[in-house]
Design a protein. Structure first.
Lengths: 291, 272
């Protein structure tokens, strides 16, 4: 890690006057100083207080939110003994992430393949699932497949729809990461006589990961929120419960805001994980603008 | 050749599965469970109560139905569009879910019995002066639940099978389909701010008028809407069973008792 460079104006001028090339400042390098960090936290705090004040101004019934919170968070089981609320949301998101990743890797390989059929299948799939609305896909998988004899449960239908949809997007992200690794890297590895799988796993993949992680992180945050679409099929996830409670009790704003805050908290966890991964895979590169 | 044979055997298998799925009564008898679908966002007919359990008039009726039939009850709460689009493919056996019978729905579902009647009413903002009855809603913005029979009513396209035609004393209404709960919120903002009026059933209107201040129900009842039990098409024996069980529930006063509990009156009285 770089240590903080002196920032005082006078010392810089003094150094310049003596004709000695001075060291670039942290700001010129695009690195964040301690003061920058402190101001970031302060601004966050001010914005949070403003947001909380706005919520307070709505005259919400916080006692009601407190009463429903254990259910929304999924600390209790639903009447049929299944997980519900945020727990189910996390479960659906995690499973969809896993399967989307599998599908995306295969599709990205297909897109990069020299086999025409593999290329065609991959491009057809990616185009179809990126070009149609997710909600329509969810409903088609749930309602249309039974007509050809395949009756899937609500959970599996939802997981399939989310995985296929996000797999299509993620495939493009992965592909762009792979082709962004300079061709010289592969050529150098080949010149060293490394086997193909070593080149793929040890040379290309680590460099591609650095480029894949930020957009993939954004996709997963988006997936987290789109997981609410499985409520269409009667799964008692976070959005479903919030809407149900809102209508049963006429505490509309309370429940919507509570659900929004829980989604936000989960998204922040995702962002932190993404940040860690970015730092890990960015190790070998002089990363500018790192917080 | 071999691919063709495999495909052929698949088709045969799928057809067999399809035919087998139609036998609702057999399925209920064999499994000892009746799968009922209902709406989780339609208080006081179906909603999630303080203990996180499904509750409401429809839930109690479903419990009584299952008990009378001697099977266990399982409840599911998929989206409304999923239910009314039919082709349940054996996922669910029955819908005791406050459905009004329309011609479109009759194409994909059977309605073995009417279990209660629900009057449709007009709700406006409390300070509304111009709208005194449904005859005054011409050219106004009127909210209804998306895909509800009230939407058909405002479009003058409501045909209740087996009932006399409904009167439409209005013209050029701006129908605003949406979420009923959101509609009532919008109406409470003031007359004409987002909506001028809402057409809904009496129980829903009353619950909203009681809990959101600044709303009132105006004019006489628009029409009495029968609410039916729906089943998947294709099993007349199951339909007869459903009808018989409901006739018994009505005869022994169970339906009347459930109605009294939820509404303080018997809305199942004129149903047949």
């Amino acid at each position: 890690m770089l240590t903080e460079a002196p920032e005082s104006q006078s010392s810089e001028e003094a150094a310049g006057a003596r004709g000695v090339p001075r060291a670039p400042t942290m700001r010129e390098l695009g690195l964040k100083t301690g003061r920058f960090r402190r101001n970031v936290w302060l601004t966050w705090a001010v914005l949070l207080v403003l947001l909380a004040g706005g919520c307070y101004g709505l005259h919400l019934d916080f006692a009601y939110v407190g009463q429903k919170l254990p259910f929304l968070l999924g600390l209790r089981l639903s009447p049929d003994g299944f997980i519900q609320g945020a727990a189910l949301t996390i479960f659906v998101t995690a499973c969809s992430m896993f399967f989307a990743l599998l599908v995306a890797c295969l599709t990205a390989l297909g897109r990069l393949s020299s086999n025409s059929v593999a290329f065609a299948v991959a491009t057809f799939y990616a185009s179809l699932f990126r070009g149609t609305p997710l909600m329509v896909q969810v409903l088609i998988i749930y309602l249309a497949l039974p007509q050809i004899g395949i009756v899937l449960g609500a959970l599996s239908s939802g997981l399939i729809a989310l995985s296929l949809n996000y797999g299509a997007y993620l495939a493009e992200t992965i592909r762009s990461g792979i082709i962004a690794v300079p061709a010289g890297q592969r050529e150098a590895a080949m010149a060293l006589g490394l086997p193909h799988w070593v080149i793929a796993l040890k040379v290309i993949a680590p460099q591609a990961m650095r480029l894949i992680i930020p957009p993939a992180g954004a996709l997963f945050v988006s997936l987290l929120k789109d997981s609410s679409l499985v409520s269409l099929m009667g799964l008692w996830e976070l959005n479903f419960l919030a809407q149900s409670y809102a209508r049963a009790s006429y505490h509309y704003m309370e429940m919507l805001i509570a659900a929004a805050l829980i989604y936000w908290a989960l998204a922040i966890v995702f962002e932190l994980v993404q940040f860690r991964l970015e730092r890990r895979y960015g190790k070998g590169v002089a990363v500018l603008g790192r917080l | 050749m071999r691919v063709g044979r495999i495909l052929f055997s698949w088709v045969i298998m799928l057809c067999a599965a399809h035919a087998w799925c139609g036998e609702t009564l057999d399925r209920v008898k064999r499994s000892g469970v009746v799968n009922n679908v209902l709406i989780n966002t339609y208080p006081p007919f179906g909603y999630i109560d303080a203990d996180n359990q499904l509750a409401g008039f429809d839930v109690d009726v479903a419990r009584a139905f299952a008990a009378k039939l001697g099977v266990a009850l399982r409840l599911a709460t998929p989206g409304w569009e999923t239910i009314v689009s039919g082709r349940w493919q054996g996922r669910w056996d029955i819908c005791i879910c406050s459905m009004s019978p329309t011609e479109d729905r009759a194409r994909v579902l059977s309605f073995p019995v009417i279990y209660y009647n629900s009057p449709a009413v007009l709700t406006v903002h409390a300070s509304e002066q111009r709208i005194k009855s449904v005859a005054d809603i011409s050219g106004k913005r009127v909210g209804v639940g998306t895909g509800s029979s009230y939407e058909n009513y405002l479009n003058k396209a409501l045909v209740i099978p087996g009932a006399s035609p409904v009167a439409y004393p209005f013209h050029d209404v701006l129908v605003i389909p949406g979420d009923e709960a959101v509609n009532f919120r919008n109406l409470a903002l003031g007359p004409g701010v987002r909506l001028d009026a809402i057409v809904s059933n009496l129980a829903t209107a009353r619950a909203n008028v009681d809990s959101i201040h600044g709303l009132k129900i105006v004019g006489p009842v628009l029409y009495a809407e029968p609410n039916v039990v729906a089943t998947e098409k294709g099993d007349p024996e199951w339909d007869r069973t459903v009808n018989r069980v409901f006739t018994e529930l009505k005869a022994d006063g169970t339906l009347a008792r459930i109605s009294q509990k939820w509404f303080g009156q018997d809305i199942t009285l004129d149903a047949h």
